[in-house]
Design a protein around this ligand. Structure first.
Ligand code: ATP
Length: 303
């Protein structure tokens, strides 16, 4: 379990992390979300004892990372996949990590196989693609078989197959009872990866809850409808107070009426429906709405 209490980090006059309090529990994949510059990397570095907080505490199972005696065996982390010695081979990099953390060398082969890098293990990291470097970083985090794992933007640079693999791996690690904390600035990445969210903006906590609770807060549940006569249905639904927007492939995106009421109205007007799907609130919309005030650099108005 990771516990962050009133954590604050200032760089001169800039407050990167502002009295942040949250808990990351075992058995879940917890997404750590926030727009660029929200303070995610700084928070992860504070948890790992790489920087000192200005005030407040960050502990892992009740102790600061620096006071944990067994390093990588207690907490595995991938912070920056590019931060590796390009002249070394993947295997040599992991061997060095194993040696400095008193981890048996046999683990190196195991984790290389787990991340799919066995073939590339003898090649120099300088020639690895970004996706391969991410895999190597994940291998390093897994090396000590730790109960707590932190990943900073681990999906960056991975191809779709790699993304699916990482998601499966995170779920499996959580199912084994580990604490898995994964940062990202994109809700779309997290909504299929995490089951809980810690959301921050400008260093402050915005949400610490399950994915569905977060979505519900936006309060914009939508229904997707596919109808034989979309124009007539649109008029009927608008007359009943709904907001209707054309969706992709001739579907309609309806808010303001639930699926049951839309079905009734269609039946009353003898309008044929091919599909009627509850979409729930869009997590992306919830994220944009709740973090809108804390985005560092807003894009200009569209021209
Ligand atoms: N060493 C430092 N010195 C000064 N300011 C810093 C330092 N590290 C971070 N900051 C500032 O703190 C704020 C938070 O940065 P941080 O990298 O933690 O954000 P982030 O959420 O990880 O962003 P991103 O998604 O862009 O990586 C930013 O405004 C950044 O400029």
């Amino acid at each position: 379990m990771i516990e962050v209490i009133e954590l604050t980090k200032r760089y001169g006059r800039r407050t990167a992390v502002d009295r942040l309090t949250f808990t990351v529990r075992p058995g879940h994949v917890t997404g750590f979300l926030g727009p660029n510059g929200a303070g995610k990397s700084t928070t992860l570095r504070l948890i790992l004892g790489l920087n000192d907080p200005t005030s407040g505490t960050a502990t892992v199972d009740g102790r600061t990372f620096r006071s944990l005696p067994r390093g990588l065996r207690e907490v595995g982390a991938l912070l920056d996949a590019g931060d590796v010695h390009g002249g070394r081979t993947g295997a040599a990099h992991l061997m060095a990590l194993a040696r400095s953390n008193a981890i048996p060398y046999g683990r190196v082969e195991e984790v290389l196989a787990e991340v799919g890098l066995t073939e590339a293990a003898g090649r120099r990291i300088g020639g690895y693609s970004l996706g391969m470097k991410q895999r190597l970083g994940i291998a390093g985090a897994l090396l000590g078989d730790p109960p707590v794992l932190l990943f900073d933007e681990p999906l960056n640079g991975l191809d779709p197959e790699g993304v699916l693999w990482v998601r499966g791996l995170f779920r499996q690690l959580a199912a084994e009872g580990r604490t898995v904390f994964v940062s990202s600035h994109m809700m779309a990445e997290m909504q299929h990866t995490a089951d809980r969210l810690v959301v921050i903006g400008r260093g402050r906590l915005i949400a610490d809850e399950g994915l569905s609770e977060f979505a519900a807060r936006a309060g914009r549940a939508a229904v997707t409808v596919r109808a034989a006569e979309p124009d007539r249905l649109t008029a009927v639904l608008r007359a009943a107070g709904a907001t209707v927007r054309p969706g992709p492939d001739g579907t309609l995106d309806v808010t303001g009426l639930d699926a049951g009421r839309i079905g009734e109205l269609a039946l009353e007007q003898r309008l044929l429906l091919y599909a009627l799907t509850d979409r729930g609130a869009s997590l992306e919309e919830a994220f944009m709405e709740l973090t809108a005030d804390s985005v560092e650099y807003l894009a200009g108005e569209p021209r």
